[in-house]
Design a binder for this molecule. Structure first.
Ligand SMILES: [Zn+2]
Length: 162
């Protein structure tokens, strides 16, 4: 018998508002923003208390990452298409003659090639995975994150945990 158990948390306060401009093909979107909603699912065995994980603990981990991203410009620092430099307190982003300058305090430079919902989901998943590990949730075997950019439009990422 193959039993699977999971816990999922979403929506209520698991959200962030952020600006970005993703590349598509060799084009760059105009600067714009989304009210992102985040869903998180973890799979794993029951603990001795018969939980997979305490809902509030899981929500805290996801919310911490959402709060970090909230009200910032999300910059894909590993973009192969954007020319990105940081001088002092200023990030400069250039693409085919379009130049943007952002004060550092407004920017979250993420180690991503693009700021698609799929890659933002991966980024959030890795941050949550680190928190699960740091807090000793060794019964959790799989983690999935979904990031909804707008109603009915979401990207996801899931992976097994060590
Ligand atoms: Zn967008």
């Amino acid at each position: 018998m193959n039993i699977e158990r999971h816990v999922s948390v979403e929506r209520l306060r698991l959200k962030f508002a952020a600006a970005h401009m993703a590349t598509l093909g060799d084009e760059l979107e105009p600067l714009h923003g989304h009210n992102y909603l985040v869903k998180c699912r973890v799979d794993g065995a029951l603990t001795s208390d018969r939980w997979v994980i305490d809902f509030s603990a899981l929500k805290t981990y996801v919310r911490e990452v959402c709060d970090f991203l909230d009200h910032h410009f999300l910059l894909q620092e590993r973009s192969p298409l954007l020319a990105i430099t940081r001088e002092g307190d200023t990030w400069s982003v250039t693409f085919r003659g379009r130049s943007y300058r952002f004060p550092e305090a407004d920017v979250r430079a993420l180690p991503l090639e693009n700021t698609t919902a799929e890659l933002l989901a991966e980024y959030i998943a890795e941050q949550v995975a680190g928190r699960l590990k740091a807090n000793g949730h060794t019964n959790i075997t799989r983690l999935a994150i979904e990031v909804e950019e707008m109603p009915g439009q979401a990207g996801g990422y899931a992976r097994d945990l060590d």
